[in-house]
Design a protein around this ligand. Structure first.
Ligand code: C2O
Ligand code: CU
Ligand code: CU
Length: 482
């Protein structure tokens, strides 16, 4: 085990946070503050890595549409040796199946809510009509089913799905409602990339949780934790603490998702091993970028490829530098499938340029008087904050004027970064994105074009900070495309 990483993680556990109960309506545990566990990441890696099952959908022979049946449900799960906790999951106790769609598909998603409270289900990163988006306006009452239908128009990309109900997103995601949604297309399928799900292509959903000594989840909604964002002391990958994964001695692709409520990670492989980033949120980069670490804020995705071909018999740790925690161990075993050689050219990205923009639209992220704001406003379901014209190219001038980190996510379209703090963005950020990190007192200019699905006032699109406690506290606004 990595001693430095283990010790640092344990020291972090000394922080005196108060525990209080989570999702009281759901009977989540949490006994009041004395028995909060320090980080349970031990550096021992004895639990098997969990790869969520794929859900491919069933093609309706008459309509040709792909049908997905999803049930949001209450359950329980044991994460430590100490006992079970109440959880929420989709088609299971915790987390959700990996939905798999192909560009060009017409899909029907039948979403049944059995969690005992109102929810919604949002397809984060999917470019869908605003009334199919699963935003706070498409409420699913308990014991009812919502039918979402849309066409998959975007390129291959790693997306995710999670609840988005007004004011209660954070607690529902924390309890376990989140899954990956992978879009495939012919262009990506033709590339010599690792693509065998569960063999050389793995989802990596990183989340942090706090637990009581009895193994129950702790979710505190103290004002301080709302302002700072909930940060759990124990990290999990796909719902498992300290998992170990056998990987073949070849190139392996990992689809990284920061699925945490508020924690920002800087991922690396131990020893600073070089890996290739091949995709941002909305698809492939033009060319792979060699990196030794990658910083990701909540909601961001990245696809990376690591070459294990010379490492058979070794264990390689995937780590978060920020917290000093090793997240999982990759045990390199003999390879039994064809080798891959990641191409040096992946796709063509047509850049939108500043001269094409008809306007620059400010989004000021701020904090004050114990509240969080965008453009000095708090979320109001009955107010449209911004109106975009279909097919106009615009600059989003996003400024974090506070001393705390935030990020910015927009529904319904993707963007490209023009500048970060006045300079050209890093090459690994130069892809198509839908969520961007804004460290304290920083500024990003992004360029965007809404090309599809004009909305009506009853179903606007959202933009918000993806620190879920901030989102719930009102750091969100609504836009229409007209
Ligand atoms: Cu991942 Cu508006 O959400
Ligand atoms: Cu979203
Ligand atoms: Cu924020």
């Amino acid at each position: 085990m990595d001693r430095r990483f283990f010790l640092k993680a344990s020291a972090a556990g000394a922080a005196g946070l108060t525990a209080s109960s989570l999702l009281s309506g759901c009977g989540m545990g949490g006994m009041g503050g004395v028995d909060l566990q320090p980080s349970l990441n031990s550096g021992l890696f004895s639990r098997p890595f969990f790869t969520p099952p794929e859900l491919l959908g069933t093609v309706n022979a008459v309509t040709g549409r792909k049908v997905f049946d999803l049930t949001m449900q209450a359950g329980s799960q044991q994460f430590t040796g100490n006992g079970v906790t109440n959880t929420l999951g989709i088609n299971g106790n915790y987390l959700a199946p990996t939905l798999r769609m192909v560009q060009g598909d017409s899909v029907d998603l039948n979403v049944t809510n059995q969690i005992g409270q109102t929810t919604t289900l949002h397809w984060h990163g999917m470019r869908v009509p605003s009334d199919m988006d699963g935003s706070p306006h498409q409420e699913i009452l308990n014991n009812t089913t919502w039918n979402a239908a849309y066409s998959v128009i975007q390129k291959a990309s790693t997306n995710w799905y999670h609840p988005h109900p007004h004011g209660t997103t954070a607690s529902q995601v924390y309890a376990g409602l989140a899954g990956m949604l992978i879009v495939d297309d012919a262009e990506t399928a033709a590339l010599d990339l690792p693509k065998t799900y569960g063999t050389d292509d793995f989802p990596v959903i990183v989340q942090d949780r706090d637990m009581n000594a009895d193994g129950t989840f702790v979710y505190s909604a103290s004002h301080q934790e709302i302002m700072q964002g909930k940060k759990g002391l124990t990290m999990m990958v796909n719902g498992v603490i300290d998992p170990v994964l056998d990987v073949p001695a070849k190139e392996v692709r990992f689809r990284l998702l920061n699925g945490s409520n508020s924690r920002i990670y800087t991922f690396q492989w131990d020893g600073g091993r070089v890996f290739k980033q091949i995709a941002t949120e909305q698809g492939l980069l033009a060319s792979p970028v060699n990196l030794t670490s990658i910083t990701m804020s909540p909601g961001e995705r990245a696809e990376i490829v690591v070459d294990f071909s010379a490492l058979q018999g070794q264990g390689v740790l995937f780590q978060d530098v920020s917290s000093g925690t090793s997240l999982f161990k990759a045990n390199v075993v003999v390879n039994t499938i064809p080798a891959t050689i990641t191409p040096t050219t992946l796709t063509t990205i047509v850049p939108l340029t500043r001269t094409q923009a008809v306007r620059s639209r400010p989004f000021i992220l701020s904090m004050g008087q114990g509240n969080v704001y965008i453009n000095n406003k708090q979320m109001d379901l009955n107010r449209i904050d911004e109106s975009f014209a279909l097919n106009d190219i615009e600059i989003l001038d996003i400024q974090n004027t506070s001393n705390m980190d935030h990020n910015f996510h927009i529904h319904g379209a993707f963007f490209q970064l023009l500048t970060r703090n006045g300079a050209a963005p890093s090459i690994f950020e130069a892809g198509l994105k839908d969520t961007v990190y804004l460290p304290a007192n920083s500024r990003v200019e992004a360029i965007i074009k809404f090309t599809n699905y004009a909305a009506n006032a009853a179903a606007p699109f959202m933009y918000h900070c993806h620190i879920l406690e901030h989102e719930d506290a009102g750091m969100m606004g609504q836009l229409t495309v007209v």
